[in-house]
Each structure stands twice: as C-alpha cells, then as structure tokens.
Design a binder for this molecule. Sequence first.
Ligand code: FAD
Length: 287
Amino acid sequence: MQLHTLFHGPRPVFSLEIFPPKKSGSIETIYATLDSLKTLSPDFISVTYGAGGNTADTSTVEIARHIKNELGIEPLAHLTCVASTKGQVDERIRQLRDAGVENVLALRGDINPDVPVAKDFAHASDLARVIKAAGFNVVGACYPEGHYENKTLETDIDNLKYKIDAGVTHLITQLFFDNTLFYRFLDLAAKRGVTVPIEAGVMPIVNTNQIKKTVVLSGASLPPKFTKMVSKYDTDSEALFQAGVEYAIEQINDLLSHGAAGVHVYTMNNPRVAKLVYEGIRPALGR
Ligand code: FAD
C-alpha cells in the first residue's frame, strides 16, 4: 500500500519509528520489539538507515521485509544518499523492491566529516526523484524549527518544495517539544505553497540519557514546561519516566485537537513507552 492513501481516510495517521539494533548480528532483538509494537496497529512503521554514516548495513531492508511479510504492517524504509553513489542507491532500491517495500523516506543524511561525500546526490530531492521513478511512494523529512544549515526557516521551507516537485507525497517532522513552533511551521509552509500532509514527529523523553544525547543534539527548543519537568525529576528515574510519557501524551493530544494530519512516534525501540503513549492518545486517534 502506498502511504499517501492514508491521508484520505477519516482519522489521523498514527505511525511509529524504530532503528536497527546497533550491533550487527542482534537483529532478532528488534523482532521481539516489533511483536509488541504490532499490538498498537500503527498505520506504518518506519525503519531508520545508516546509523553513524554506515550505509553498507542492510538491516533496514531486512527489518522492513519482516514488518511487511511477517507482521502484515506497511514499512517505510529510510534511505540516505549523501555518501552513496548512484550505483549503490540503485542496488538498495533493488533490495527494497525484492523485500516488497513500497514506501521510502528519501533523505540526504548528515554530512559526516569522516565519511566522503559521493557527489551523485546533493539533496534529498535528487534521491526522491530516483525513488519515485523506480515506482515507490516517496516521503520526505522537514524541520519545524528549520534545518540547521539554513539561516532562516523561510529558506528551509522554500527548499522543501524541491522535494515535493520530485514527488514526495507527505512529510515527517524532526522531533520538537513546543507545539506552537509546529503550528507556526504549518502556517508558513501552507502560505509558501507546501501542500502535502505533514506528520508531527514526537519523541517521548523518559530518561536523562536521552536528554543528554538526543535532545541536545536535535537543537529543539525546550519550553519551560519541559525544562521544569527535567529539573524536577532529574534524580528520580521512575518519576521522570512517568512525567516524560505524560508530556508526550499531552503534546500529541494537543496536536490532534488542532487537526494534525498524523503523528509519528519516535519509539527509541521501547515498546513499553510506545504502549503507554498509545493508550493516552487512543481516543484522540479515534481508535
Ligand atoms: P535535504 O532535504 O537535502 O536538506 C538538507 C539541507 O539542504 C537543508 O538545509 C535544506 O534546506 C537544503 N536544501 C535542500 N534542497 C536544496 C536545494 N535544492 N538547494 C539548496 N539547498 C537545499 N538521517 C540518517 O542518517 N538516517 C535516517 O534514517 C534519518 N531519518 C530521519 C527521519 C526524519 C523524519 C528526519 C527529520 C531526519 C532524519 N535523518 C536521518 C536526518 C537527516 O538525514 C538530516 O537532518 C540531514 O541533515 C538532512 O536531511 P534531509 O533529507 O532533510 O536533506
């Protein structure tokens, strides 16, 4: 099923993101996680690609195949292009097609000083065009606070139109914690001609490790409600866990009450968190 059809349905789209296990050879661990996530009946599950610039890793394809064929859920395979030649991308496309994958999130990838740029693809839109031509449904990434390489949010939004011209049918946002920034982004995007549905990416923050690594790296603005939560429960891991789940539930319910086209939950491969969040947003999802 091509994912763009989901946005014509009566209810908001609900999707999940997982990442391949860090150590090769431990792919089975993700299958147990996926068995738990299946009970949430997500519209699709996306699988990240090329952690740390390692684009030789085929686990994204293998996991997407498992999601499609063993779980009967639509996978969205991420694919980056900045460090890949056209030949390598063509090979990955062939593998994805063999695995029955119909949807690809076309990404440029971060420019890593330790990994040479391959020069065949400068932007995600270049990859999107190739993937679209190969018959896949193409999805793109977007940034409610602007991508870090741009001086202004407006320029970044204008650049999104290259992806849409290349055939991207919907966008998924980078994580954010302040919904007002997402609403501002939606408004600006609509005014500047970005017409495809935009799914809001939300990451429940449930431990201090995540705060140190993911939150700081993302550069996302932290509203006072968030920083108060973190400082209040800094030394109480269970209380921080509960508060983090609650924060994500409130954030998503607010997004859905404002008519968000869909929510994409960054699960961090933690089914317990995903389930708790799902229970808290289920009525708003209409499920
Ligand atoms: P682009 O769309 O190419 O944008 C990159 C920069 O170039 C932006 O500043 C943009 O404004 C500018 N730009 C775009 N087109 C043009 C143009 N024609 N002319 C001039 N400037 C232009 N990374 C991974 O390695 N693996 C993953 O699985 C992964 N999954 C992600 C999922 C989501 C939902 C998001 C939001 C990000 C993900 N990333 C992933 C990170 C992503 O690869 C980085 O943020 C990367 O820096 C930008 O990728 P992009 O696809 O948005 O690039």
